[in-house]
Design a binder for this molecule. Structure first.
Ligand SMILES: [Zn+2]
Length: 173
């Protein structure tokens, strides 16, 4: 089932999410719906709060990994600098160059509670950081300077008012 995606202004996006404790059928069903919603958007990642579920889980597919689920992710070993255009399904339309680590490790579990560890590089590293931010109530605009944030918000406003076409760039998260 495709779930509605919450957008900027919805308080659930600003709330730190709770750990996943029940890896049951209900949780796996949620993960399936999140994957379906991510592909339909289309996007490369989607976090629980973006569909109104304040749980520490995100799904992703960077185009090479196929559909993946990560629950209770913890980031470590961030290294290098990556500054690429980033967009968010919850801030639909704008993209902005956002500073991130170029490589980062993530540890968590899959939908059954089994331990998972992955080393992300480039796009995958960016997805891990962007989605984990969502679980802490953070958005990519919080990583920008004041000018960058103003640019994104004014572009968002122009798109909402129909004064500007959304750029079709890479898939947002
Ligand atoms: Zn996002």
């Amino acid at each position: 089932m495709i779930l509605p995606i919450r957008t900027l202004g919805d308080p659930v996006l600003r709330q730190p999410a709770s750990p996943v404790t029940a890896f049951d059928d209900g949780f796996r069903h949620l993960c399936d719906d999140m994957i379906e919603t991510m592909y339909a958007a289309p996007g490369v990642g989607l976090a629980g709060p973006q569909v109104g579920v304040s749980l520490r889980v995100f799904v992703f597919d960077d185009g090479e990994t196929g559909p993946q689920i990560l629950a209770n992710p913890r980031l470590s070993d961030g290294a290098g600098d990556l500054a690429e255009e980033e967009g968010c399904l919850s801030i639909p339309g704008p993209y902005h160059v956002t500073p991130r680590f170029a490589t980062i490790r993530v540890r968590g579990t899959d939908a059954t509670g089994k331990d998972v560890e992955m080393l992300g590089e480039g796009l995958l590293a960016r997805i891990f950081q962007h989605e984990t931010d969502h679980l802490d109530g953070m958005l990519y605009i919080d990583r920008l300077d004041d000018e960058g944030r103003r640019e994104v918000l004014s572009e968002l406003r122009r798109i909402e008012l129909g004064l500007q076409e959304p750029a079709s760039r890479r898939r947002p998260q």
